[in-house]
Ligand binder design. Structure first.
Ligand code: DGY
Length: 313
């Protein structure tokens, strides 16, 4: 029997998948090691290990010290954690897990739209703190005929849009170029923000979109505006967002992603006109299992010299 191929696992991205990987391959658990131990392990794996499995948004840079590295099988669709300068220059192949998480992320986007427009988290607190008998809870904002502006309308954005239509929302979007979609297209984020009641960011992160949502954009969204981010935290200037909430340049915000996860800026934590989630967009049992299977399938394809199932070009 030929020996099981070696795979270096960078983080504990999904325990069920980690267990399957442990059964199928000869694995090493990088996240359990100190930084000296990591370097030592990389030295030991030189020439013996070609494959890495990692959360797509959290790739430990130490992996690039592995000269024999040939494939990074990512768990997640957004590959902003990957250093493409290195992978391209060394022909290291990268795969991700698109599509299988679209429903889960679109659902959480709509959950944030409802939580912010109807002030759900504070309403729950209002009941628990026994304030209900002292007076009515402030009114929320209805969705029918309001405009949802999607910044970065890819496959997940389209799922969000189709759900939003059932709430009577009108859809507008910004991409680098228009798509064949029956929604209003805006060539600038600023113009989209101005036209939107709710601005929802689905940008993929990375240098190209760093701080794309800044103080000017938030000002354009206006004092009744709601800002939602389910893309990547690096696309938002978090200090500007905190200031916009403080000065009521916008009404409320809902975030699932942050620039430096799991650290959330104190100035956001202390506000009550923001709903904060711990990056759970794709965190359903079904989506995470399907993502894990794709990580395994891409590694299997690599080790049997077949085309990768979902290679990032
Ligand atoms: C992804 O896959 O990129 C998501 O952000 C995970 O929730």
């Amino acid at each position: 029997m030929s020996p099981r191929p070696t795979v270096l696992l960078v983080n504990d991205f999904h325990p069920e998948t980690i267990q399957k990987l442990d059964e199928k391959f000869q694995t090493h658990h990088l996240w359990k090691l100190s930084s000296d131990e990591k370097k030592q392990l990389i030295r030991e794996l030189q020439g013996k290990c070609e494959a890495i499995a990692t959360a797509s948004w959290m790739v430990d840079e130490v992996i690039y010290e592995l000269d024999s590295l040939k494939i990074i099988s990512c768990f997640g669709v957004g590959v902003d954690g990957v250093n493409f300068k290195v992978t391209r220059s060394r022909n290291i192949r990268v795969s991700n897990t698109p599509d299988v998480l679209n429903d889960a992320v679109a659902d959480i986007a709509i959950a944030l739209v409802l939580a912010t427009t109807r002030n759900i988290v504070n309403a729950d607190r209002f009941v628990r703190e026994k304030k209900w008998s002292q007076g009515p809870f402030p009114f929320g904002m209805g969705l029918a005929d309001k405009t949802l502006g999607i910044v970065g309308c890819g496959r997940i954005g389209e799922e969000i849009a189709s759900r939003a239509l059932t709430f009577g929302l009108k859809i507008a979007y910004h991409n680098r170029s228009p798509k064949d979609l029956p929604y209003s297209y805006y060539s600038s984020i600023a113009d989209l923000a101005e036209a939107s009641d709710i601005l929802l960011c689905m940008l993929p992160g990375g240098e190209g979109t760093r701080n794309a949502i800044n103080a000017d954009i938030l000002k354009k969204l206006g004092p009744a505006g709601i800002f939602i981010n389910v893309g990547r935290g690096s696309s938002v200037d978090e200090a500007a967002l905190a200031a916009a909430l403080q000065k009521q340049h916008i009404f409320a915000a809902g975030l699932d992603v942050y620039a430096d996860e799991p650290n959330v800026p104190e100035e956001l934590l202390e506000k009550d006109n923001i709903v904060l989630l711990p990056h759970i967009g794709s965190a359903t049992a079904e989506a995470r299992r399907a993502m894990g299977q794709l990580v395994i399938d891409n590694l299997d394809a690599y080790f049997s010299d077949k085309p990768l199932i979902t290679e990032v070009s």
